[in-house]
Ligand binder design. Structure first.
Ligand code: NAG
Ligand code: NAG
Ligand code: NAG
Ligand code: NAG
Ligand code: NAG
Ligand code: NAG
Ligand code: NAG
Ligand code: NAG
Ligand code: NAG
Ligand code: NAG
Length: 876
């Protein structure tokens, strides 16, 4: 050793030390061989590409979703297989062989069963604490045995059916968090679960019976969600004994009786939602003492609103709308309030000025459809966050300029229609630079429309009808580049009609005014306009030809003017009303289809008619329907809308997906979350219209679906129920006709909804007519197509939903006619909306105050379509 220098000795020592270390690593810091081989077997079965990366094949602790015990990596404790598109659950038997497992997450896959014995016989998983099966398609499993350490069970968003009592949940003696939301379970709210339960979520099932008194025994509960079931009876007083409860959600059941005062004794309770039930009686005072969030809308509560209800200092959201509350609005309102909804009650008296002084956070204020009187308090202008102000349908008086005063630039929606406001529209309205909807119709406003109104560049709807406005329309109104609806009917306007806003679409209504002279040629630029109402003025001269080339027009109302001459010929999808014009001559002698010698040209006429005449229906007010719809749909089942959350960009949460067909194939194919995710990027759409986007979405199973998405832009202001929406969507699924395309499924999610269609029919009529050599479609086929479409449309127009609401065909064009084969067309793109009772939309749109709706293309269109087709049959 003499010859060896000391440095070398050190090196050799180091070398040995390192070899020892790595040995140690190999010997003591790796997964046991049995777990390694189990995991490798699992990886072969699942074929997850991330698990086979070079270098990690034999070290499962490195695999994505696998977590080993620390510090030694000696055993697998966490296994997450979430979102791996798994369809075959046999792998669970392998999972059973990992006795050290504590967390198992198989959420968001396409599993529709659980292998026999997993729940009952997997005794090896003695330490499992957390089992997440949410977002699969499991319809049942035998009740739990074992799993005595399970603390968290998430089985939400599956198809579990049968009685909740049969799933052996009482055997889970350590359970703390139970989530069974969105299943199909029956039975009653379980009271024999472990008393250590902290979270109980069973919303969106078919549970019935009452809320059991026994629920008070779950003293640890912090969250109860029983929403969207069929529970009846009253809320037991004893719920007030749950001293740790933070959130109590009972929305959308059949509950009755009064709201128990005992709830106000729960100091931790921050959220209480009991909306859409049958509660009666007065609301107890003190109920909001600790609350942030109260929703009791859509009940039959009455009496006055307790003086302290709105003043509690933690309050953020309060919704009392759609009840029978009377009396005055309390004088004291908490500065913490963000949203206050008191609409559709029987409130009277004045809004106290002091109450609305400097409510820093107040963003949404809705008090419409009451009997409030007096002035609209100027102090609202000192609410710096106010975005939505809806005081429509009350008895407010005073001058409008007082009301508008200094309202903030944050305001986006102002609805003051159907009050008794007087005075002029103030010039200061121009300061509301973010205004999107302005409705001050049906008041007693006078003076002229201030030219500064054209500075409201974001305005999309302006409704000034039913006032006493005079003078002419401001010359620069055409600067309103975003305006799609302009209602100026029922005023005393006169003078020159200026160039109108170029994007007008829903309607331009100038009826019941004092306009005269010829119909202005500048209207020819309104290529998107669907309804034009010039009735009840003094327009004179001939009806100009350019009106016939407004391609989107569906309704033209010229009645009660001084027009003369022949009416030009309009396409059949325009409903023309020229009554009350003494100078208009009729064209009795003219025949629509001129007889020509039989031959191809006539057949071309038929097909062109089908292709273009049907295309005419394009115009059918998709806008209105889409806009109405977007407002109708509201996820606000229990008022979860947090404006701050709404603004953030996250993958939207699936609320409810439902298959509309009994074809089980689709059940295993469709993955709702995938669809929501895939349609989150507008740039990937196949086709976009103003209101809808169409996507082709491949599902994990390999098959693709055509998915249609509503492009909502004002979801903050949506007002109706998701319940009604679901009913409408389900109705669509019940249609049955060989020539009608019916959606296969729908999904509601936090931002709207999607409709699923089969993608198998890849050719549209448009493709066939335009891109293929003409000999592909012979005349017999063309004839069959024409007849098929006519029958499909005819079926739809004869159909009604269960409450008599007609079915609508917006945006129908040859691009939306799918071909099952060269002789079998499918009419696509049908909707079913309770938009408006068509019988009310007679000659003047003003009859439909504020609610422009769909006007069905009169029966004559269909009849003519069928007629012209059968005429051809005779000729050929
Ligand atoms: C495993 O997945 C790859 C693609 O990720 C695929 O090519 C291969 O065929 C799959 N193997 C089996 C056995 O399914
Ligand atoms: C355990 O495995 C992880 C990877 O999952 C690795 O980063 C870590 O170094 C390993 N620990 C030991 C002591 O081997
Ligand atoms: C194991 O997974 C669960 C979720 O399934 C997670 O909450 C937990 O933090 C994980 N454990 C560790 C140590 O990462
Ligand atoms: C699931 O996998 C197992 C084992 O590979 C196989 O026997 C079974 O047929 C599969 N089930 C389905 C429905 O594919
Ligand atoms: C279960 O998984 C889903 C989807 O990954 C997740 O959203 C949910 O929070 C998980 N549940 C629990 C209790 O961790
Ligand atoms: C627990 O209660 C349910 C009804 O809520 C019942 O069906 C079930 O049999 C009960 N289980 C036990 C063990 O009592
Ligand atoms: C849900 O359960 C009800 C009643 O048990 C049953 O009629 C219905 O068909 C079930 N629906 C689904 C989708 O399983
Ligand atoms: C529970 O509430 C009822 C009625 O509110 C009361 O009589 C009873 O004493 C309370 N029990 C407990 C344990 O607090
Ligand atoms: C208003 O909202 C902000 C931000 O959420 C909050 O910090 C503040 O406390 C609120 N004001 C009141 C009076 O509650
Ligand atoms: C509006 O605000 C300005 C200055 O901020 C003030 O001078 C004016 O009096 C206010 N008008 C009304 C109607 O409150």
């Amino acid at each position: 050793m003499k010859n060896v220098p000391p440095e070398a000795g050190k090196s050799i020592f180091c070398l040995f030390f390192f070899i020892f270390l790595s040995c140690c690593n190999l010997c003591f810091s790796e997964l046991s061989s049995s777990q390694t081989s189990t995991m490798i077997e699992l990886s072969r079965f699942l074929n997850i590409s991330d698990w086979n990366l070079p270098g990690s094949e034999r070290n499962p602790c490195l695999w994505k979703g696998v977590l080993c015990s620390q510090p030694d990596n000696g055993s697998v404790i966490n296994l997450s297989l979430s979102g791996f598109d798994l369809t075959n659950s046999s792998f669970l038997s392998l999972v059973c062989q990992i006795p050290t497992l504590e967390h198992l997450d198989v959420s968001n896959n396409i599993l529709n069963s659980i292998p026999d014995g997993f729940m009952t016989n997997c005794e090896t998983l003695v330490g499992l604490k957390h089992l997440n099966f949410s977002g699969n398609q499991v319809s049942s499993f035998p009740g739990f045995r074992g799993f005595s350490k399970l603390e968290v069970l998430d089985f939400s968003n599956n198809n579990l059916s049968g009685n909740i009592g049969d799933y052996g949940l009482h055997a889970l003696v350590q359970l703390k968090r139970l989530n069974l939301n969105f299943n199909n379970l029956t039975g009653s709210v379980p009271t024999n679960l472990t008393k250590s339960l902290v979270i109980l979520k069973v919303s969106d099932n078919h549970l019935s019976g009452t809320i059991p008194e026994g629920i008070q025994d779950y003293q640890e509960l912090t969250q109860i969600d029983l929403s969207d079931n069929q529970l009846s009876g009253s809320i037991p007083n004893s719920l007030g004994n749950l001293t740790k409860l933070g959130s109590l959600l009972l929305s959308n059941n059949h509950l009755s009786g009064s709201i128990p005062e005992s709830l106000s004794s729960i100091q931790t309770l921050s959220r209480f939602a009991a909306n859409r039930n049958r509660f009666t009686g007065a609301i107890p005072s003190g109920i909001t003492k600790h609350l942030e969030n109260l929703d009791v809308s859509y009940n039959n509560l009455n009496g006055s609103i307790p003086g302290d209800l709105l003043s509690q200092r933690k309050l953020i959201f309060v919704d009392l709308s759609f009840n029978q509350f009377d009396g005055w609005i309390p004088q004291s309102i908490s500065p913490s309030l963000v949203r206050l909804r008191l609409g559709s009650n029987k409130l009277t008296g004045q809004m106290s000025s002091a109450a609305f002084e400097s409510l820093q956070n107040l963003t949404y204020l809705e008090m419409d459809n009451n009997s409030l009187t007096g002035l609209i308090p100027r102090e609202l202008a000192s609410c710096p966050s106010l975005t939505l102000l809806n005081l429509a349908m009350n008895k407010f008086t005073g001058i409008l300029s007082h009301a508008i005063g200094n309202l903030t630039t944050t305001l986006q929606v102002m609805k003051l229609q159907q009050n008794k406001l007087t005075g002029e529209i103030p010039d200061s309205i121009k300061r509301l630079s973010n205004l999107y909807t302005l409705d001050i119709s049906w008041n007693s406003l006078n003076g002229s429309i201030p030219p500064s109104i054209s500075q409201l560049r974001n305005l999309s709807t302006m409704n000034l009808q039913g006032n006493k406005l005079s003078g002419s329309i401001p010359a620069n109104i055409g600067d309103l580049n975003s305006l799609i609806e302009l209602q100026l009917g029922d005023n005393q306007l006169s003078g020159r009609i200026p160039v109108m806003p170029p994007k007008l679409q829903i309607s331009l209504n100038l009826s019941y005014n004092l306009f005269e002279g010829p119909i202005p040629t500048s209207l020819s630029q309104l290529q998107q306009l669907e309804v034009l109402d010039l009735s009840n003025n003094n327009f004179s001269g001939e009806i100009p030809d350019f009106l016939t080339v407004l391609v989107s027009l569906t309704q033209l109302i010229l009645s009660n003017n001084q027009l003369t001459g022949f009416a030009p010929r309009f396409t059949r999808n325009v409903i023309l009303n020229v009554s009350g014009n003494l100078g208009i001559k009729s064209r009795k002698d003219e025949v629509y289809i001129q007889k020509k010698p039989p031959g191809k040209s006539n057949l071309i006429l038929v097909v062109i008619f089908v292709a273009t005449g049907v295309l005419g229906l394009v115009a059918v007010i998709i806008t209105v329907i889409a806009l109405k719809f977007s407002r109708r749909f509201n996820g606000v089942n229990n008022m979860q809308v947090d404006p701050v959350e709404e603004r953030s960009v996250e993958v939207p949460e699936v609320i409810h997906g439902k298959l509309l067909t009994s074809n089980a194939l689709h059940r295993s194919n469709i993955n709702f979350s995938k669809a929501v995710e895939a349609t989150a990027h507008p740039e990937t759409a196949l086709l976009q219209t103003i209101f809808w986007s169409y996507y082709r979405v491949p599902m994990p199973s390999g098959s693709s679906y055509l998915i249609k998405k509503l492009n909502t832009r004002d979801r903050l202001f949506q007002q109706a129920s998701s319940e009604q929406l679901e009913q409408d969507l389900e109705m669509l699924g019940k249609l049955h006709h060989p020539n009608v395309m019916v959606p296969i499924a729908y999904v509601l999610y936090s931002e709207g909804f999607l409709l699923f269609y089969d993608f198998a029919h890849s050719h549209t009529l448009y493709d066939v007519l335009h891109s293929h050599p003409s000999d592909v479609v012979d005349w017999t086929s063309r004839y069959s197509i024409a007849v098929g479409i006519a029958q499909g449309i005819s079926y739809l127009h004869g159909s009604k939903s269960n409450d008599g609401v007609p079915i609508l065909l917006p945006d129908l064009s040859s691009k939306k006619i799918m071909l099952k084969s060269l002789t079998e067309p499918l009419v696509g793109d049908i909707e079913l909306f309770k938009v408006i009772d068509p019988s009310r939309s007679n000659s003047s749109l003003s009859a439909v105050a504020g609610t422009i709706g769909y006007i069905p293309p009169g029966k004559h269109i269909i009849q003519n379509l069928i007629l012209s087709v059968s005429e051809k049959q005779e000729l050929s």
